[in-house]
Design a protein around this ligand. Structure first.
Ligand code: NAD
Length: 261
């Protein structure tokens, strides 16, 4: 369903981004990757996505999204390498957990820059080309924490609420064009970013990792199970495929019932 389309997925060397890159490539899109990681992990992702799009390594940008100029450069590179940029998925993100009065300033600034401001810089740079060609899809990976808060995540919750607000603003500005801008708001998804939170919680509360997972991480997720990467990827595919053109400015939950409680 994405034959002839091109896509850039940020933070796609791991987790949700890699899952989205895969499903887009399987659907026929030409996909450019971005993100950090060990050289062998990046090479593996490039080869894996490349194989889905006809062989060779998938194009890749090493841009550090905490730097606005690097974000702009990445968009120019995507337009150059892919020939055009139809689909932008702002997915890269980091997490840090601490009470607000102990939250390190540099962690706060990094989370705002990577999880939020990079989305603005990427959209600003990609939108003119989408307008010129008369088609575009922007998908921002926000979070359940873009809609509700949890303690000790002041930077993350603030950044993700900001992403949802920006999604709505952009959506209104493109509403009459064949361009959409939507946010996906996942609950806890089984990825390195989320799994890394289980060990410290188990230690803090003196319980097993399974107990910590159910009592302290998935306590907000009524399904009591991880959301899987592929489930989020399916939603991201829907938002850029045929039939979803009427969905604009939405913050779509995929959270096992979290927001319903
Ligand atoms: P992950 O740690 O598996 O992947 C994050 C990706 O972002 C990696 O490719 C990493 O290299 C990249 N990245 C980090 N800093 C970067 C930078 N400065 N420049 C470029 N790339 C950078 O995490 P994930 O769980 O797949 O998270 C992806 C997105 O989904 C994030 O925005 C996250 O907030 C969001 N999310 C995750 C969950 C969850 O439970 N896993 C839930 C809701 C939302």
């Amino acid at each position: 369903v994405l034959a002839g389309r091109t896509a850039l997925v940020t933070g796609s060397t791991s987790g949700i981004g890699l899952g989205i890159a895969k499903i887009y490539a399987e659907a026929g899109a030409k996909v450019m990757l971005n993100g950090f990681g060990k050289p062998e992990e990046i090479a593996k992702a490039r080869a894996e996505i490349g194989a889905l799009q006809g062989g060779g390594d998938a194009p890749y940008s090493a841009a550090d999204l905490s730097k606005p100029e690097a974000v702009r450069q990445m968009i120019r590179e995507a337009e150059g390498t892919l020939g055009k940029l139809d689909i932008l998925v702002n997915n890269a993100g980091i997490q840090f957990v601490a009470p607000v009065d102990e939250f390190p300033d540099d962690k706060f600034d990094a989370i705002i820059a990577i999880n939020f401001a990079s989305n603005f810089h990427a959209i600003k740079a990609a939108l003119p080309g989408m307008k010129q060609r008369g088609w575009g899809r922007i998908v921002n990976i926000a979070s359940a924490h873009g809609l509700v808060a949890s303690p000790h995540k002041v930077a993350y919750v603030s950044a993700k609420h900001a992403v949802v607000g920006m999604t709505k603003t952009v959506a209104l500005e493109v509403a009459k064009l064949p361009i959409t801008c939507n946010a996906i708001c996942p609950g806890f998804v089984r990825t390195p970013l989320a799994e890394a939170q289980v060990g410290p919680l188990a230690k803090e509360h003196g319980v097993s990792e399974q107990q910590a997972l159910e009592d302290f991480l998935l306590d907000k997720q009524p399904s009591k199970r991880w959301i899987e990467v592929d489930e989020v990827a399916q939603m991201a595919l829907y938002l850029v495929g045929p039939g979803s053109g009427g969905v604009n400015g939405a913050a779509l939950s995929i959270d096992g019932g979290w927001l319903a409680a």
